[in-house]
Design a protein around this ligand. Structure first.
Ligand code: KG4
Ligand code: ZN
Length: 342
C-alpha cells in the first residue's frame, strides 16, 4: 500500500541548473538550486561542462535539500526526476542519481517531463495567491520552448500553438549577445529595459498561421537594425542601450500576447497562466496582468522561484503521476525530446 503522505524527493538537471526539492503533496519543504556560472564566459551553455558541473553539485544539492526540509532519507516515499527534454549528458546525471536512490530505498521512481513541470508549478501551494482551476490556458516560455497549452487536467495537455523555429528565450539571449551583454541575456535585457522607452524603436514580426509563433525572423531583423544603425552612427548601441532593450522586449511581449489573446477568446477559457524561465520577465508579467484586466479574465503569474528551472516543479508533477500509479522502471533513459502527455 502506497503512502502518498510521505515526502517526494525531486531532481532537476536538464540544462545548467542542478536542483533538488522535497515536497509533501502540494507543499514545498525545500527547493535548492545551484546555477552553473561556468557557461558565462562562453556566451551559452556548453553541454560537456554542464554535465560535469551537475556531477560535482548533485550530492551537496540533495543533501542541502534534505537538511533544509528536515527530512531523513529513510522517510522518503518516492523519487521524481526530469527525464526530458534537455541535454543528454545533463539528464543522465540526475537520472542515474535518482535511480540509485530509488533502488537503494526500494521506493518508486517517476520520470518527469520538464515542460509539464513548468506548467504544473502553478499547483504548488505557495506558487501564487490562487491556483488556476482546470481547464486553463498556459503560455510556456523558456530557453527551448514557446507553447500555448490548454491544460485540461494535471495529466492532459493539448498544445494549441508553438514556435516553428526559435524559442522566445533564444530571441532574448541571442539579442543580448548581439548587444554585448552576458549570458543568459534575458534577465540583462529585462534589467536595462526598465530604464528605457518601449516605443522608441519598431521591429518586424513574421506572420504565422493559427496560433503558432516564429522568432527567428525577429532576431534577424534585430541584427540588421543594429548593423545599419551602427553604420550610420558609430556607438549607436551603447548610446541607446536601454531604449533598444525596452523596445525589443516590448515587441517580443506583444507578439507573445497577441496569440494568447486569440486563444483565450477562441476557447472561451477565462484562466490564463504564464510559465517557464521567461515568465520571470518583469514587463511580460505586467502585461499579462494588464491583459487580464482588459479582457476580463483571471491571470496567474508564478512566483520567481518557480519560473526558472527548479526541482519543486518536477516534484509536483511527480506527485500527480505517483497518485495515479504512473511510476517508471529503473531502466528509464533521458529523452532529449519528450512530448507532453495527452
Ligand atoms: O525555463 P528556463 O530556466 O530554462 C529552460 O527550460 O530553457 O528558461 C531559461 C530562459 C533563458 O532564455 C533566459 O534568458 C530566460 O529564460 N529568462 C528571462 C528572464 N529570466 C530568465 N528572459 C527574459 N527576462 C527575464 N527576466
Ligand atoms: Zn525550463
Amino acid at each position: 500500500m502506497q503512502n502518498f503522505n510521505k515526502p517526494i524527493l525531486a531532481i532537476e538537471s536538464s540544462c545548467d541548473d542542478t536542483s533538488c526539492a522535497i515536497l509533501l503533496a502540494h507543499q514545498v519543504l525545500s527547493n535548492v538550486v545551484a546555477s552553473q556560472q561556468v557557461h558565462r564566459e562562453f556566451g551559452g551553455v556548453v553541454p560537456e561542462l554542464a554535465s560535469r558541473d551537475h556531477q560535482k553539485n548533485i550530492l551537496p544539492v540533495v543533501q542541502a535539500a534534505l537538511n533544509k526540509a528536515g527530512v531523513e532519507i529513510a522517510d522518503l516515499g518516492a523519487i521524481a526526476v526530469t527525464q526530458g527534454p534537455g541535454l543528454s549528458g545533463s539528464l543522465l546525471v540526475g537520472i542515474s542519481f535518482a535511480k540509485s536512490l530509488a533502488a537503494a530505498l526500494a521506493i518508486p521512481l517517476i520520470g518527469v517531463n520538464h515542460m509539464e513541470g513548468h506548467v504544473l508549478a502553478h499547483l504548488i501551494d505557495d506558487a501564487g495567491p490562487e491556483k488556476p482551476p482546470f481547464p486553463f490556458i498556459c503560455l510556456t516560455v523558456s530557453g527551448g520552448h514557446t507553447q500555448l497549452i490548454q491544460v485540461n487536467e494535471a495529466t492532459d495537455f493539448k498544445i494549441l500553438g508553438e514556435t516553428i523555429d526559435d524559442a522566445v528565450g533564444e530571441a532574448f539571449d541571442k539579442a543580448a549577445k548581439l548587444l554585448g551583454l552576458p549570458y543568459p541575456g534575458g534577465p540583462e535585457i529585462d534589467r536595462l529595459a526598465q530604464l528605457g522607452d518601449t516605443s522608441r524603436f519598431k521591429f518586424a514580426s513574421t506572420q504565422v498561421s493559427g496560433y503558432d509563433y516564429s522568432f527567428s525572423g525577429i532576431k534577424t531583423s534585430f541584427l540588421y537594425f543594429l548593423r545599419d544603425r551602427e553604420r550610420e552612427q558609430s556607438g549607436f548601441i551603447q548610446a541607446n542601450l536601454n531604449d533598444i532593450c525596452a523596445s525589443y522586449q516590448a515587441h517580443l511581449v506583444k507578439v507573445l500576447l497577441k496569440n494568447a489573446e486569440k486563444v483565450i477568446k477562441a476557447t472561451g477559457i477565462g484562466h490564463f497562466a504564464l510559465a517557464g524561465g521567461v515568465s520571470a520577465n518583469s514587463y511580460l508579467r505586467k502585461e499579462v496582468t494588464a491583459l487580464g484586466q482588459r479582457i476580463g479574465i483571471k491571470t496567474y503569474v508564478p512566483k520567481f522561484d518557480y519560473c526558472t528551472d527548479n526541482a519543486a516543479m518536477v516534484g509536483i508533477v511527480g506527485y500527480y503521476k505517483w497518485r495515479v500509479g504512473a511510476v517508471d522502471s529503473l531502466s528509464i533513459v533521458p529523452q532529449t525530446r519528450m512530448p507532453l502527455r495527452k
